[in-house]
Design a protein around this ligand. Structure first.
Ligand SMILES: Cc1cc2nc3c(=O)[nH]c(=O)nc-3n(C[C@H](O)[C@H](O)[C@H](O)COP(=O)(O)OP(=O)(O)OC[C@H]3O[C@@H](n4cnc5c(N)ncnc54)[C@H](O)[C@@H]3O)c2cc1C
Length: 135
């Protein structure tokens, strides 16, 4: 299977891994480059695709400082085959804050997954498993 990244590389895109975005380089209030921990790079266009950090990247360009991404953490609950066996995926009704909790049986691991819940997690790096998640 041909993935988009492989396709981009074949078409001359140079990928730099482990490069953390630090700031934009501005000239006459326009972005003309990006500063990373691996050096500065000039550009005509900059695409912000930093996922949950894209609000912070956007703020570095001076755009919408009031906009904030409120992150949520999803926990998975896994049962083994001695506890439950099922044939069909149970699709949930979405809630106001999540797609709801899906129940499905995974082959070949033979485990039943219930996931994800949706907990408020103001710290974007918070990957904790919580006791509330069991409820
Ligand atoms: C457990 C889990 C299961 C999911 N399952 C599904 C699913 O089944 N179907 C579905 O449609 N979606 C699913 N999602 C959601 C999906 O993964 C996200 O919506 C999608 O990955 C978001 O893509 P993105 O490119 O915006 O951000 P991301 O995929 O998060 O990519 C952002 C990238 O930016 C990088 N980055 C961030 N900050 C910086 C910085 N300062 N400098 C440099 N790089 C930076 C990050 O390292 C990352 O590589 C799931 C998510 C999770 C967590």
């Amino acid at each position: 299977m041909h993935r988009p990244l492989e396709n981009a590389i074949e078409n001359g895109v140079e990928v730099m891994t482990g490069a953390a975005f630090l700031d934009f380089i501005l000239q006459d209030h326009k972005i003309c480059g990006v500063r990373t921990n691996r050096g500065d790079f000039g550009c005509r266009w900059a695409i912000n695709s930093a996922g949950v950090n894209s609000d912070e990247v956007m703020h570095k360009a001076g755009v919408r400082p009031e906009f904030k991404i409120n992150t949520r953490r999803g926990e998975y609950y896994i049962l083994d085959r001695s506890e439950i066996e099922m044939g069909n995926i149970l699709f949930p009704v979405p809630t106001g804050v999540s797609k709801g909790i899906l129940v499905f049986w995974q082959h070949p691991r033979e485990m039943c997954w219930l996931d994800p819940n949706s907990q408020e997690a103001p710290d974007k790096e918070d990957k904790a498993v919580t006791s509330q998640g069991f409820i």
